[in-house]
Design a protein around this ligand. Structure first.
Ligand SMILES: *Cc1c(COP(=O)(O)O)cnc(C)c1O
Length: 468
C-alpha cells in the first residue's frame, strides 16, 4: 500500500467507523453466531499474492461484523462497559501512526512526559492523594500483578527476586467477592492460589475487617507471612465497597501492603460530590482503575498509582548495557515501572479525552448515568415483579424477578430465562451474577451514548420478558 493509497483507504476506514457507530443500534447487541461459524468462512492459509482493500472491507462487513458483540451499543448493559469516544479513537489512530515504543524516556521523551503529566491531571481531577506516582498499564490484571510482586519483594527484602522462594509461605488476602485477577496474580507471583485467603463478607458483600484481622493473626501464629491485602472499591459482581479505613488500619498495624482495586468504580472519583468513594484512600500502598471502562478512553488503558515508587522500581528495574541512558534518574523510564519493556503511547488518548470533554464534560456524562440508574432503581422498588438483591451502588443494579415458585432452582432458572430471552432478541445485552447463591440479573447503565430513550426501552424490555 502506497502512502496515496493509505490516505484513500484510511479515510474510507474512518468513514466506516463513523457509519458503524452512527448505525450501531441496527445490530443485535450480542453476537448471535455459533462456535466455528466465523472460522469456517476464513481461508486455511494466508493469500499468496496481494488482495484488494475493497475485498478486505467487504469481508469485514460480511464475515467479521456478524461475529462482533457491540460493546459501544447503548444497550450494552453486561459486565462493565469498555467505552470509547471519538477523541479517544482519533488519538488511537495517531498513536498507531506514530508507532513509538515507549520503553524509556529517550525512546520518546514526549510519551514519557505526557504520561507523567496525565497522571498528575488525574490526581487533580479525582482528588487522589498527592503523594502518589502514576503509570499506565494495559489492564487492571497487570497492575494488580505488579502490586503483588512489589509487595512480595518488600516483605522478602528483595530476596525472592534474586534467589527465588526458599520455603516462605506468603499470604494474600481479599474478600470472596473480589476479582479473579487477584488469584491469577498470586499464581503468577509464585505465591500460589492456596495462599490467597478469601475473607468473609458482610450483608452488603463487603470485606469484614474483623475477619481480615483474625486471618492475619492466625497466619502469623502459624509462621505464615502476610504479604498483601487487596481491597475492592466496587466488586465485579455487585459493586460492593470494602471498608478501606478499617482495612487500612489493620494493614498499617501489621505492615502489610494494601492494594486497592477500583478497576470500574474508580472513574466515578471525577465526581467531587461522591466523597464517600475516597474514604480511607490514603491508606493504600497502590491503587488501580481503568479509564478504559467508564472514562471514555478506549481499551486498553489502566492507571496504576503507587505511594512508594522506589519499591516499585526496585522490584522491576533491570539494566542491560543496551538500555543504559545518560538521562537515568532525571526522568521516568517507565519500563522499570511494570512488567512490559515495550510500551504503547497510551497517554495520548487520555490527553485527547480530557481536553476534548474538559472536567465538567466528563462529569456530566457520568452524572447522567447515575441519574438514569436512579430512575430504574425507583421502578424496580415500585414494581411488585422485581426485588433488589444487593445495595445499589453507582450505576449497577442487581435484582431478580420474584417468581411464584418457592424452589430456589426454579427461581434461578426463571431469571436466567429472562436474560436469555432479552439477549436473544438482540435488543440489549445483560449479564448475571450470584448473590448469596441466588441467580441475579445485573444491569449496568454506563455506555457512552446512553440516553433517556434507552432507559425507557430497557425497562420495557425487562417487563416484556417476565413470565405472564
Ligand atoms: C474489570 C475488573 C478487573 C479486571 O480488569 P482488566 O483490566 O480486564 O484486567 C479487575 N477488578 C475489577 C474490580 C474489575 O471490575
Amino acid at each position: 500500500m502506497t502512502s496515496d493509497e493509505f490516505r484513500k483507504n484510511a479515510h474510507a476506514a474512518v468513514d466506516w467507523v463513523a457509519d458503524y457507530l452512527e448505525n450501531i443500534e441496527q445490530h443485535p447487541v450480542k453476537s448471535q453466531v455459533k462456535p466455528g461459524d466465523i472460522k469456517k468462512q476464513l481461508p486455511e492459509k494466508a493469500p499468496d499474492s496481494s488482495e484488494a482493500f475493497a475485498d478486505l472491507m467487504q469481508d469485514l462487513n460480511d464475515i467479521i461484523l456478524p461475529g462482533i458483540t457491540h460493546w459501544q451499543h447503548p444497550h450494552f448493559h453486561a459486565y462493565f462497559p469498555a467505552n470509547s469516544s471519538y477523541p479517544s479513537l482519533i488519538a488511537e489512530i495517531l498513536t498507531a501512526g506514530i508507532g513509538a515504543q515507549c520503553m524509556v524516556w529517550e525512546t520518546s521523551p514526549a510519551a514519557a512526559e505526557l504520561e507523567e503529566q496525565m497522571m498528575e491531571w488525574l490526581k487533580d481531577l479525582m482528588s487522589l492523594p498527592n503523594a502518589w506516582h502514576g503509570v499506565i498499564h494495559d489492564t487492571a490484571s497487570t497492575a494488580t500483578l505488579t502490586a503483588i510482586l512489589t509487595a512480595r519483594e518488600q516483605v522478602s527484602k528483595y530476596v525472592i527476586n534474586k534467589q527465588g522462594f526458599d520455603g516462605q509461605k506468603l499470604r494474600v488476602y481479599c474478600s470472596a467477592e473480589t476479582h479473579s485477577s487477584i488469584e491469577k496474580g498470586a499464581k503468577i507471583a509464585g505465591i500460589g492460589s492456596e495462599n490467597v485467603v478469601k475473607i468473609a463478607t458482610d450483608e452488603a458483600l463487603a470485606m469484614r475487617p474483623d475477619a481480615l484481622l483474625a486471618a492475619i493473626e492466625k497466619d502469623l501464629a502459624n509462621g505464615l507471612i502476610p504479604c498483601c491485602v487487596v481491597a475492592a472499591l466496587g466488586t465485579t459482581g455487585t459493586l460492593a465497597f470494602d471498608p478501606l479505613s478499617a482495612v487500612g488500619q489493620i494493614c498499617q498495624k501489621h505492615n502489610v501492603w494494601l492494594h486497592v482495586d477500583a478497576a470500574y468504580a474508580g472513574s466515578a472519583m471525577i465526581l467531587p460530590e461522591l466523597d464517600w468513594l475516597r474514604e480511607g484512600l490514603t491508606f493504600a500502598d497502590s491503587y488501580v482503575f481503568n479509564p478504559h471502562k467508564w472514562l471514555l478512553t478506549n481499551f486498553d488503558c489502566s492507571v496504576y498509582f503507587v505511594r512508594d515508587k522506589e519499591a516499585l522500581i526496585r522490584t522491576f528495574e533491570i539494566l542491560p548495557e543496551y538500555l543504559k541512558t545518560s538521562t537515568r534518574g532525571q526522568v521516568n523510564d517507565y519500563r522499570d515501572w511494570g512488567i512490559q519493556l515495550g510500551r504503547r503511547f497510551r497517554a495520548l488518548k487520555l490527553w485527547f479525552v480530557m481536553r476534548t470533554y474538559g472536567k465538567e464534560g466528563l462529569r456530566n456524562i457520568l452524572r447522567q448515568h447515575l441519574e438514569f440508574t436512579e430512575q430504574i432503581r425507583q421502578k424496580l422498588e415500585r414494581s411488585q415483579h422485581f426485588e433488589i438483591l444487593a445495595p445499589p451502588k453507582l450505576n449497577v443494579l442487581v435484582f431478580r424477578y420474584i417468581a411464584s415458585s418457592k424452589n430456589p432452582k426454579t427461581v434461578d432458572q426463571t431469571n436466567q430465562q429472562i436474560i436469555e430471552k432479552i439477549n436473544a432478541s438482540g435488543e440489549a445485552f445483560l449479564s448475571h451474577t450470584r448473590v448469596n447463591g441466588a441467580f441475579a440479573i445485573r444491569l449496568v447503565l454506563g455506555q457512552t451514548h446512553l440516553s433517556e430513550r434507552h432507559v425507557e426501552k430497557v425497562w420495557s424490555l425487562l417487563t416484556a420478558h417476565i413470565p405472564e
